[in-house]
Design a protein around this ligand. Structure first.
Ligand SMILES: [Zn+2]
Ligand SMILES: [Zn+2]
Length: 393
């Protein structure tokens, strides 16, 4: 079977679906129009599905191979957009105040394309394809409820593809794989440093939490620069510091909030522990105290090496060796695809599909972010070929 050709044959439809979805972007967990659109296409294709798996807008489709039972592979597309006013000037640009500025419209269309091809050739394989159409990736609140509701029941492997230009490695049209840590965790932490408020002219009567915060802000960066192995990436960023009501009053407390990123679970736990210890010790020597909370968000994306090797071989069959690459370094962004990988072995891949607007390639989450749709058949082909090879293995 010429999978590349079957994928190219559905490209026009994939582009149509993508453009339709691009004009109805919705954000968060509730995507009524988007999920209705996907259900309508699945109905047209004659593919059975369940809607409302963990979330009202979450859809799980199923394609059973005609050659009997075998392994079950889940293919995943996220469907949510961002609250951004689109400025691409494209004829199918969104006008509803939201924008598919991360390419999830492309993911949904590519998965529908793969579903169409797999459904057409289902008599040729033994096994089962599960289609995961997931809301709320951008707020890291889609995969987890779907997993909890049983979306991965009976599933042996999982695969997802992200389009756009998340990694700058590789030429457009390249698909990037990683046999281990690929993306970072998405954690958040909050810190309240409590001192004793006083008149600004009589600091000895108080315990100044702003001075404590200053020491903390500087010291906490040494976790990354002095305590982590330099080749093991980590990030601590403070995004909010709030305190004070007047120029001549020492406030009673300072509130700090930040994010932390790491690509290994041990590193993540280490960072979480050290932020708290450093804050506590600084507050203690200065006569203050702290309240510290570290909120573990989506875990790091850690691909299964064996599954990734298989997917890379499949991708090479349909795209050629020159279009398949191993990532040199992980990226520090996060992805809630990580929740699926915690349950079953699988892989996440980046298909490079940047499109310049007025001569510039804009990053993800930018109001001028755009995609080269002509590359979408590559995503379809990789999904289909990987599924067939996985079932035959
Ligand atoms: Zn995004
Ligand atoms: Zn995304």
């Amino acid at each position: 079977m010429d999978i590349k050709k079957l994928a190219t044959d559905v490209l026009d439809e994939v582009i149509k679906w993508r453009r339709d979805l691009h004009q109805i972007p919705e954000i968060g967990q509730n995507l009524p129009q988007t999920s209705e659109y996907v259900c309508n296409v699945l109905d047209e294709l004659g593919i059975s599905y369940k809607k409302g798996v963990g979330l009202d807008s979450a859809i799980v489709g199923v394609i059973e191979g005609g050659k009997g039972p075998g392994k079950t592979l889940a293919l995943r597309a996220d469907m949510d957009a961002l609250e951004i006013e689109e400025e691409t000037g494209l004829p199918f640009a969104s006008t509803n105040g939201n924008m598919h500025a991360c390419g999830h419209d492309g993911h949904t269309a590519i998965l529908l394309g793969a579903a169409k091809v797999l459904n057409d050739i289902k008599d040729e394989f033994a096994g089962k394809v599960v289609l995961l159409f997931q809301p709320a990736e951008e707020i890291s609140a889609g995969a987890e409820p779907m997993v909890k509701a049983g979306a991965l029941e009976g599933v042996d492997g999982v695969m997802g593809i992200h389009v756009g230009s998340i990694s700058t490695q590789g030429e457009p049209g390249t698909i990037l794989f990683s046999k281990g840590s690929m993306m970072a965790c998405l954690d958040r932490w909050t810190l309240k440093i409590k001192g004793v408020g006083a008149h600004g002219a009589y600091p000895h009567n108080g315990r100044d939490p702003i001075v404590m915060a200053g020491k903390f802000i500087e010291s906490v960066q040494t976790v990354i620069s002095r305590e982590l192995d330099p080749v093991d990436p980590g990030v601590i960023t403070i995004g909010m510091v709030n305190a004070g009501t007047a120029y001549n009053i020492i406030p009673g407390e300072v509130n700090i909030e930040g994010t932390a990123r790491a690509v290994k679970q041990e590193t993540r736990e280490f960072i979480a522990k050290r932020i708290g210890e450093i804050a506590e010790s600084i507050a203690k020597v200065s006569g203050g105290s702290v309240e510290y909370d570290y909120i573990f968000g989506a875990p790091p994306v850690i691909n299964d090496a064996e599954f990734t090797t298989l997917a890379m071989e499949s991708a090479t069959k349909v795209l050629g060796e020159e279009n398949v690459e191993l990532m040199a370094n992980p990226v520090m962004g996060g992805e809630d695809f990580a929740y699926y990988l915690e349950e079953v072995p699988g892989t996440f891949a980046f298909l490079s599909t940047p499109l310049a607007i007025d001569g510039t390639i804009y990053p993800h989450h930018n109001s001028r972010f755009a995609l080269d749709e002509e590359q979408f058949d590559k995503g379809v082909a990789v999904f289909v070929q990987t599924a067939l090879d996985y079932f035959n293995k």
